[in-house]
Design a protein around this ligand. Structure first.
Ligand code: CP
Length: 313
């Protein structure tokens, strides 16, 4: 695999292989005082984020550094993008400056695909491109770390019922998770207000519901999504208060979950909106585990793209 642009780049076997690889990295680093493996020594990873990020950018940087790669974070606001340089010219510049991997976040769906096309030569050389979130399209490494977390907490995904709740319309996390979790054998249920459910949802490998209370008692996991008001041009329906009452995960709803069920959130959370303050800190909630797992998952992705072969870490 040269690039990771979409969950559609993966098969059930290759996705499972990545999850297993992340587990090997986690075990290799467990209990170590010095978290440094020689795995990617001499490789250069560049992150270029046209949208803000805390978790994804930092975890790619940590993942690269723990594998001894040189990691360069290209600050878009301090780069020549601010002088009008195009996405293509920026990508080609980073490629020719020596990137072995480009980790890209961009507000436009398809941006990472375009970059992969521009920078990959006819003989297949050029950097590996990793989609770290493109518009409302996909966020494949988020889905992989979510699958990893679910596998750890639930023991496996086959037959598990994962309810994804919220602003599905604008969520690249929802799309990537729907594709990956269903590929790995889970039943995915999407719950959203009708105004925040995408047109064409019937083509997704999911079932759709509008009543959150009805879905909770049979869920193995509930994944809450942030309402992405930055993509809404100034407002959305229902109102924030109505949304929170109808679709927010509060203490009453948390009590409807089975003992083993978990609450997930990709972050950043908006406490008091899609998730209650105390729910966010509940022992059922995996938000911070997801962050830690994200580092191991991104180590696995970088390793497989840049080294390729299965070998001991
Ligand atoms: N989950 C996620 O993508 O978070 P960031 O926007 O902080 O990277």
């Amino acid at each position: 695999m040269k690039h990771l642009l979409s969950i559609q780049d993966l098969t059930r076997d290759s996705a499972t292989d990545l999850l297993d690889e992340a587990s090997r990295f986690e075990q290799a680093l467990a209990g170590r005082e010095v978290r440094k493996l020689p795995t990617l020594r001499g490789r250069t990873i560049m992150t270029v984020f046209y949208e803000n990020s805390t978790r994804t950018r930092v975890s790619f940087e940590v993942a690269g550094k723990w594998m001894s790669a040189d990691v360069i974070n290209v600050g878009v606001s301090a780069s020549s993008v601010s002088k009008g340089e195009s996405l293509r010219d920026t990508a080609m510049t980073l490629h020719r400056a020596g990137a072995d991997a480009l980790v890209v976040r961009h507000p436009d769906s398809g941006a990472a695909h375009l970059i992969a096309g521009w920078t990959t030569a006819a003989d297949g050389t050029g950097p590996s491109v990793i989609n770290a979130g493109d518009g409302t399209h996909e966020h494949p490494t988020q889905a992989l770390l979510d699958a990893y977390t679910l596998r750890q907490r639930l023991g496996g995904l086959d037959g598990r019922r994962v309810v994804i709740v919220g602003d599905v319309l604008h969520s690249r996390v929802a799309r990537s998770n729907a594709l990956l979790l269903s590929m790995l054998g889970a039943e995915v249920v999407l719950v959203a207000p009708p105004t925040l459910m995408p047109v064409g949802i019937e083509t997704w490998p999911v079932t759709v519901g509008y009543n959150l209370d009805a879905e909770l008692p049979s869920a193995d996991a509930v994944m809450m999504l942030r309402v992405q008001s930055e993509r809404m041009n100034g407002g959305f329906f229902p109102s924030a208060r109505e949304y929170s009452i109808t679709y927010g995960l509060n203490d009453r709803r948390l009590a409807m979950l089975r003992d083993h069920a978990v609450v997930m959130h990709p972050g950043p959370m908006v406490r008091g909106m899609e998730i209650g303050y105390s729910v966010a800190d509940s022992p059922k909630t995996t938000v911070l585990e997801q962050v830690t797992n994200g580092v191991h998952m991104r180590m696995a992705v970088l390793f497989r793209l840049l080294v390729g072969v299965e070998e001991n870490v």
